[in-house]
Design a protein around this ligand. Structure first.
Ligand SMILES: [Zn+2]
Ligand SMILES: [Zn+2]
Length: 133
């Protein structure tokens, strides 16, 4: 299994286990990558990713290297690849799963404390379940 390059910061992504899924997570910005099939396999249906803008994102799909598109999926802003249906999720967006509020880190402020891997996995599973209902 080849390592992916993070679309957010071009760091190396590492595979980790969340339930039955093997997801890829960036060790630097903590962004999360879902392959198209990973989301669909878990939900038993296509994720309802809605494109929110016509213009392309500045981020590129780590699989296809094509520009991704801003989209909304399960109430979160994500980057969506129209070729492979891959979804990239910022850690800030993931954090919003818990509080319901988007988390913004201003330049010059210290980054939020890193959360344990277990917490992230729980958040991911909660989000997946909310998509499936
Ligand atoms: Zn990254
Ligand atoms: Zn792609």
């Amino acid at each position: 299994m080849s390592q992916l390059t993070c679309p957010g910061c071009t760091g190396q992504m590492r595979a980790f286990q969340a339930g039955k899924l093997t997801l890829d997570r960036c060790a630097f910005c903590r962004g999360l990558w879902f392959d198209g099939g990973e989301l669909e396999g878990t939900l038993g249906k296509r994720p309802a990713a809605k494109l929110t803008a016509e213009q392309e994102s500045s981020r590129r799909c780590p699989r296809c290297a094509v520009p991704m598109r801003p989209a909304e999926c399960g109430g979160l802003r994500v980057e969506f690849c129209t070729q492979c249906s891959g979804v990239f999720l910022d850690d800030g967006e993931l954090t919003a799963l818990n509080g319901g509020q988007p988390v913004r880190v201003q330049a010059g402020q210290p980054p939020p404390p890193a959360r344990p891997e277990k917490q992230v996995q729980d958040d991911v599973m909660d989000w997946l379940h909310s998509l499936g209902t």
